[in-house]
Design a protein around this ligand. Structure first.
Ligand code: F6R
Length: 260
């Protein structure tokens, strides 16, 4: 696990943006895994800017959302499909038909989850997966006690997650209780995973993820089992890390300053 401690959101976005731009520019049919929530928004802004000013193109890229709320009608402003369109994909040249999410309005949700797994596999897996982290350590919406081998499936949100996400809705009660989410096993198959976290509220889950034991009670800790994970955190989210100085010096003295 590479831990990068940054001074600003701009630096965080630039480092994640460098990794994505490198993959998108070097592969014929790149695949990106996209998270919603606040953490990746600066990365999407960075990529939109690179598209405008440097001509980085997303034509030929396939994109997969991590998760989707169950029970929101198509086009609801908080459905993750709508959010990702508004914050990222509508502003770059990706084919809208190449942006996929789990179909949370399907009659048969189990089948929809299986279809989603097959779609990711048929695309050759995910090159770079962006992740945020929940206050209790979720990735995607794999809440504590999720199987570390889980695949895309229906999950029930914890009260804490529904409270955290209430800021996006008019009322707390409007936050759906259920989601379809890629499983931890699904996420761990991505070739490079970038987890981003900012702010004091993320310091406990980040400490547990990076320096705690691997445990289903902190689903993000499963990332310790993956060979290529980059955790990018601001000083607040990093404040409980015991080996912060080591992570800083490792990044500073990285042998080649290639994109991560
Ligand atoms: C969103 C998702 C969630 C969020 C997490 C952090 O698609 O899967 O795991 O990444 O809840 O959200 P923010 O970034 O808003 O703190």
């Amino acid at each position: 696990m590479e831990v990068v401690i940054v001074e600003s959101q701009v630096e965080m976005a630039r480092i994640a943006g460098d990794a994505i731009a490198a993959v998108v520019s070097s592969r014929k049919t790149p695949t990106l895994g996209l998270a919603t929530g606040s953490s990746p928004v600066p990365v999407y802004a960075d990529l939109i800017e690179r598209h405008r000013t440097e001509g980085i193109g997303f034509n030929g890229t396939t994109m997969f959302l991590l998760d989707e709320y169950v029970g929101l009608p198509d086009g609801h402003p908080q459905s993750f499909r709508t959010v990702i369109r508004a914050t990222f994909t509508a502003h770059v040249d990706v084919d809208p038909a190449a942006v996929h999410g789990p179909d949370a309005n399907a009659d048969d949700l189990k089948k929809a989850c299986l279809r989603y797994e097959n779609l990711i596999a048929d695309a050759g897996g995910i090159d770079v997966q962006l992740l945020g982290i929940g206050s209790e350590g979720h990735i995607g919406f794999n809440e504590p006690a999720s199987s570390l081998a889980s695949r895309t499936r229906l999950k029930t949100l914890t009260d804490r997650t529904r409270k955290d996400n209430a800021r996006f809705f008019d009322k707390h009660e409007e936050v759906p209780r259920h989601v379809l989410t890629q499983g931890i096993g699904t996420i761990l198959e991505a070739r490079h995973i970038i987890l981003m976290a900012s702010g004091l509220a993320k310091s406990v889950p980040i400490e547990r993820t990076v320096e705690g034991p691997v445990s289903a009670m902190v689903p993000a800790s499963a990332l310790q089992l993956h060979p290529h994970v980059t955790v990018i955190v601001d000083e607040h989210a990093a404040c409980r890390l015991k080996h912060a100085d080591y992570y800083r010096s490792t990044f500073k003295h990285k042998p080649e300053r290639q994109a991560i």
